[in-house]
Design a binder for this molecule. Structure first.
Ligand code: SIN
Ligand code: MN
Length: 228
């Protein structure tokens, strides 16, 4: 991404906002350090196994609640059985500040208490198909942060994974929030743009995406089936 060309903040759809360059380089570095630690355990990062028998090309590690298709649990039965790392207060704070920024409303973060983060690592070939985030029992907004290589992010509609959708580029430091009428919009990552990240973030290749979510779950250890 050419830093000389300013990228404006954009409301992609009602409730869906792209804020380019929201994270400072220091914040990105700190997030990379934290994500590296979570990637090594207690539940190591992995290519999530799909019910179809395949595996996702994206690698994922979770904090707070462990996600596997298509539910959240406190322990990672599909990986090593370990309890997932605790969700840190500083990450919930970051989520609240993200909502204030995205919605340009000082009160937008009030009462927002994300309790899980899905940390996705994309190598240059990884993609993520169009899907809805619907395993949460809360319709609170999803906060998405990008570090490292840019990607093409496809943001669609709430009815179908097909068109109409908008393709935009998410670059290192960018914030994307989808809530309100856009909370259940289909979205995906059709392409990573290798070599576009700044190694100063601590990530020399690939893309890190962190999504903060409110699960709406309260019962530790109890598996809750998907609603969808
Ligand atoms: C996701 O949909 O969970 C991740 C989106 C992204 O990588 O930007
Ligand atoms: Mn998603």
């Amino acid at each position: 991404m050419n830093a000389l060309i300013p990228r404006p903040r954009l409301r992609i759809a009602p409730g869906a906002v792209h804020v380019p360059g929201w994270l400072t380089l220091d914040q990105q570095r700190e997030l990379v350090v934290a994500c590296r630690a979570w990637a090594s355990g207690p539940v190591p990062i992995r290519h999530t196994a799909l019910p179809s028998g395949g595996v996702m090309s994206v690698q994922t590690v979770c904090v707070g609640w462990h996600w596997q298709p298509y539910r959240y649990t406190r322990t990672a039965g599909d990986v090593n059985g370990a309890a997932v790392a605790a969700f840190p207060d500083w990450m919930a704070d970051l989520g609240r500040r993200a909502l204030v920024e995205a919605y340009e409303d000082e009160t937008a973060g009030d009462g927002y208490t994300p309790d899980t983060a899905l940390i996705n690592f994309y190598d240059g070939q990884a993609t993520l198909g169009m899907h809805q985030d619907k395993d949460e029992r809360s319709s609170a907004p999803v906060v998405s942060l990008t570090i490292g290589d840019s990607c093409v992010f496809r943001f669609g509609n709430t009815r179908t994974r097909a068109k109409p959708y908008t393709d935009l580029e998410l670059a290192s430091g960018d914030l994307f929030v989808f809530g309100g009428p856009s909370r259940y919009a289909y979205h995906g990552v059709p392409k990573i743009l290798p070599g576009t990240g700044d190694p100063a973030t601590g990530l020399t290749a690939g893309r890190l995406n962190i999504t903060l979510r409110v699960t709406g779950l309260t019962d530790p250890g109890k598996e809750v089936p998907s609603q969808g």
